[in-house]
Design a protein around this ligand. Structure first.
Ligand SMILES: [Fe+2]
Length: 258
C-alpha cells in the first residue's frame, strides 16, 4: 500500500498499520465481510446528521450531458430491492465529518477528475429514506488519505437525503493504492446513517472496469473486502458542469431496515 505520508504532510496510518488492521479485521464488529449479505451494522456515529434538507445544493448543472439511460435504475434493481451489500470499513474512517455537498473542500486546489454521484436511499419495500445521510471518505487522486483534524475533513463529508430519498455530492475520482502485496481498486467508502446517526450500512463503491476488482483486489483476496459485487461498481458517464468536464454516476442504496 502506498504510504499516504509520502505525499502528505499529515500523519497517516501506513502499510504496517493497515496490515495490522487486516489482521484484526475479523474481530471488528460490523467491519468484516465474512458474511457478504447485508447484516445490520452495529456501529453508530455520534455525529447525527442535521434535520432533513434538500440533498441537491442548488448548484445546477449548466451544461449537463448526462445520459439518462446510463444512470437509470435497472429493472432488476426496482423489482428486487435487494439490499446493498456491505464491505470493510478500513482503517481511515473518522467520525464527525460535516454535512456538505462537495468533498472538494479545497475546490480548485483539489486535483483530480471531478466526479458527481447522485442516487437514492431506499429502505424496506423500496420506500425513500428522508433525512438519512451518506457519510463518505476517500483517498485523493493519488491514493492518499488525509487526517480529518489537520485538513478540515478533506475528502470527507456527509450528504443528506431529501424527501424523495435523493442525495447528491461532488468529489474527485479517487486513486488506487497498494504496495508489494497488491493493489486496491479505486473506491469510495460510505456509511448510511439514520437521522439519529446510527449506521445501517458500511460499504465501499467501486468503478466498473477497474482491473483490480474482485480477486485482483488484494484486500478481497484476504477476505476482508468485497469488491466483487457488480452492483457497487459505479458506471461513469461524461458530463459538463460550467464547461468543465466531469464524470457522473448514480448509485442507489437499498437498506434492509430503516
Ligand atoms: Fe480505502
Amino acid at each position: 500500500m502506498k504510504s499516504p505520508t509520502s505525499r502528505s504532510s499529515v500523519s497517516e496510518p501506513g502499510r504496517r498499520e493497515f496490515l495490522a488492521w487486516l489482521a484484526i479485521a475479523p474481530a471488528l464488529a460490523g467491519c468484516t465481510v465474512a458474511s457478504r449479505d447485508d447484516a445490520p451494522a452495529a456501529a453508530s456515529d455520534p455525529a447525527a446528521p442535521p434535520p432533513p434538507s434538500d440533498g441537491h445544493d442548488g448548484r445546477e448543472d449548466e451544461e449537463d450531458e448526462e445520459d439518462e439511460e446510463d444512470v437509470a435504475m435497472t429493472e432488476e434493481q426496482w423489482t428486487s430491492c435487494s439490499p446493498t451489500t456491505r464491505d470493510a470499513e478500513g482503517p481511515y474512517f473518522e467520525a464527525g465529518s460535516p454535512v456538505r455537498t462537495s468533498l472538494r473542500i479545497a475546490e480548485a486546489s483539489e486535483p483530480g477528475v471531478r466526479l458527481v454521484v447522485e442516487g437514492r436511499l431506499l429502505g424496506p419495500d423500496c420506500r425513500p429514506l428522508r433525512g438519512y445521510a451518506v457519510d463518505l471518505w476517500q483517498a485523493d487522486k493519488d491514493g492518499n488519505y488525509f487526517q480529518a483534524s489537520q485538513t478540515a475533513f478533506r475528502l470527507r463529508g456527509k450528504v443528506v437525503s431529501d424527501s424523495y430519498g435523493r442525495y447528491k455530492f461532488e468529489t474527485v475520482l479517487p486513486g488506487r493504492y497498494g504496495d508489494a502485496a497488491g493493489m486496491r481498486p479505486a473506491h469510495l467508502h460510505a456509511k448510511v446513517l439514520t437521522p439519529q446517526g446510527n449506521a445501517l450500512l458500511t460499504t465501499q463503491l467501486y468503478f466498473a472496469g477497474d482491473p483490480y476488482l474482485g480477486q485482483a483486489d488484494y484486500c478481497t483476496r484476504s477476505r476482508y473486502c468485497n469488491s466483487a459485487d457488480p452492483k457497487r461498481a459505479l458506471r461513469l458517464t461524461d458530463g459538463l458542469i460550467g464547461g468543465v468536464a466531469v464524470k457522473r454516476s448514480r448509485f442507489d442504496a437499498f437498506l434492509s431496515r430503516a
